[in-house]
Design a protein around this ligand. Structure first.
Ligand code: MG
Length: 155
């Protein structure tokens, strides 16, 4: 059937700022993200899952953080570029499932907006886009609210 599965994960450290970008949505927070691009862990994990499904390398290879072209980049643009390549190769997304790991900020109130943004960006039905959130119960670097992470699986 030519099915391909891929997984991706990303983590970023908090830094100065007043919001974090997650799934293309600005989520208010008392810190921002320290990153070369906009530091959107949801979209970065999703890009890596898409690339992984077709053995196309990883986001670091596609958009090097040493390259000024990608400084402060809107990660929706990265996702669009990656998915365009997937489509060119004759594949399309069936569904995706993402878990956000964050002690702070609270993610649940923003999940629907993220799902809408991703389904609109990739022209997917809303029920093909799942986003879940969990804390790490105060354990580890994420539990200490030093940053946040996301994991993605795609078919
Ligand atoms: Mg990243």
């Amino acid at each position: 059937m030519g099915l391909r599965i891929g997984q991706g994960r990303d983590i970023h450290r908090f830094g100065d700022g007043d919001h974090v970008m997650l799934g293309g949505v600005p989520v208010p927070h008392d810190q921002g993200i320290r990153a070369h691009s906009d530091g959107d862990v949801v979209l970065h994990a999703l890009c890596d899952a898409l690339l992984g499904a077709l053995a196309l390398g990883d986001i670091g290879g596609w958009f090097p953080d040493t390259d000024a072209e990608w400084a402060g980049t809107d990660s929706t643009q990265l996702l669009t570029t990656v998915y365009q390549r997937v489509r060119e190769l004759g594949y399309q997304l069936n569904n995706l499932d993402i878990t956000v790991l964050a002690q702070k900020p609270r993610i649940a109130p923003h999940v629907d907006a993220m799902r809408e943004h991703i389904s609109a960006t990739l022209a997917l039905p809303p029920d093909a886009v799942s986003i879940k959130a969990t804390t790490t119960e105060g354990l580890g670097s994420i539990g200490r609210a030093e940053g946040l992470a996301a994991e993605a699986v795609v078919l």
